[in-house]
Design a binder for this molecule. Structure first.
Ligand code: AKG
Ligand code: FE2
Length: 428
């Protein structure tokens, strides 16, 4: 009635079976942990240059080394001998308040209530080579002389590339921290690639609420070797087709100031290129932070791909039509368009005719945002001064002559401060 009598050896087997299962499970756990550890160890010891540099500096994310990542206040700091070398925003999931390091003084914030949207239609570059050339050239010139920013469509940069770049940027910034942290300036395998939060954290009053990876272009081979594998292919393709457009725009702008440019002149003027991918995480307190503080770009023309979130603002200057109406002009996202802005060197070459506008980016608490600027600039040894054709017409040079490399060094050793960068070149 009670079934087969209980066999003591059966019980033994079930106990053994349970122990065996437990052992397998435990072993599996330790295997998982070991593989995690091995992944860290790989980073440190695999013999590639990134690993060497990290290993030489200490164990990352460990407690003892001289260089390690700490996470007070949800900010990841790369620390050496108690000195913060670099830092980045940890994806602030669940963060309810921004850390104090990111709180901007009130005068550095963007007053969104005091801003207007720039409702100008984008410029259609497909008409530039046809009968509409004059009209389109005029639109480009007018924009460069007034706001210093404009948007272009039918620009020749493949749209699938633009979409793929936005996806790639989101994917890259979504990677585990250790995959990105290897590019932090103090340990990056190459000076051509740097990852961080603010360009000069030690000089800025407060950090920007963003992460960026900045890559210098010195040739395809080096880009493929040093730029992160996850992004180098699509970025290179995007950069190359954007440069074709930049050359067309530059020719129009130079021609308008009486300068006939040839390929060799253009090659000097935009011989240096930098590409950045920027990630602005969702921000719990967007009213007190800023993505990028007020600045102007240093080179000739910048091509900016912004996603659909928006947040790019240009400062209204005294002589602008908008002066009485607003302090900031918002450059709204337009599907498939690219944003172009005049940078400092073009302002100098044109003796101030083209405006390198002060701009900044705000954060939001709704969406994260990505943008991909390409900065075109002269080669470092190029001597920059207002072009003689313009000086002759104006009767005066508003800027002195300097090697572009000196200008760049000056910018990269000072905190962002609106258009102060141009003081370096101004003749007062
Ligand atoms: O993200 C943006 O919209 C602008 C970025 C920018 O101004 C810069 O990197 O210089
Ligand atoms: Fe900029």
């Amino acid at each position: 009635m009670f079934g087969t009598p209980r066999d003591i050896s059966d019980e033994n087997w079930s106990i053994r079976f349970i122990i065996l299962c437990w052992l397998i499970w435990k072993r599996r756990c330790s295997f998982v942990l070991a593989s995690e550890v091995r992944r860290m160890e790989d980073i440190l010891t695999s013999g590639d240059r990134v690993a060497d540099r990290l290993a030489a500096k200490g164990r990352w994310l460990s407690n003892e080394p001289t260089v390690f990542l700490t996470a007070p206040d949800d900010v990841i700091n790369l620390v050496e001998d108690d000195k913060v070398l670099s830092n980045l925003v940890r994806l602030p999931l669940g963060l309810s308040k921004v850390p104090g390091l990111y709180v901007q003084p009130p005068n550095e914030r963007i007053d969104k209530e005091n801003a207007i949207k720039l409702e100008l239609p984008p410029i259609d570059l497909s008409k530039l080579d046809g009968p509409g050339h004059h009209e389109v050239a005029e639109q480009i010139v007018r924009a460069a002389e007034t706001v210093g920013f404009f948007q272009v469509v039918n620009h020749g940069v493949p749209l699938h590339l633009i979409q793929s770049l936005k996806d790639t940027a989101h994917k890259f910034f979504g990677l585990p921290l250790e995959r990105k942290a290897v590019y932090l300036a103090p340990v990056s395998p190459s000076p051509l690639v740097t990852y961080g939060t603010s360009y000069l954290p030690e000089k800025e009053k407060a950090l920007g609420w963003k992460d960026y990876i900045l890559m210098q272009y010195t040739g395809d081979d080096e880009a493929l070797r040093y730029w992160p594998d996850e992004i180098n292919g699509v970025l290179l393709e995007y950069m190359k087709s954007s440069i074709v457009m930049v050359k067309r725009l530059l020719r129009v702008l130079l021609e308008n100031i009486g300068v006939k440019s040839d390929d060799s002149m253009i090659d000097v003027l935009i011989g240096k290129k930098m590409v950045a991918m920027i990630f602005y995480p969702i921000c719990p307190n967007p009213d007190v932070t800023i993505g990028i503080g007020r600045h102007s770009d240093i080179g000739m023309l910048t091509v900016l791909l912004q996603d659909e979130v928006g947040g790019l603002y240009v400062k209204v200057e005294k002589d602008m039509d908008y002066e009485k109406k607003a302090e900031w002009i918002e450059i709204p996202p337009i599907p498939d368009a690219l944003v172009i802005n005049v940078a400092d060197m073009l302002q100098v070459l044109s003796n101030g005719k083209y405006r390198s506008a002060e701009h900044a980016v705000r954060n939001t608490n709704i969406n994260s945002r990505v943008s991909v600027p390409i900065f075109t600039m002269p080669i470092e040894t190029a001597k920059i001064a207002p072009l003689p054709q313009v000086v002759e017409k104006d009767g005066i040079a508003n800027y002195r002559e300097f090697p572009f490399g000196d200008y760049m060094n000056n910018v990269f050793t000072n905190a962002l401060d609106g258009k102060k960068s141009l003081d370096f070149a101004k003749i007062s």
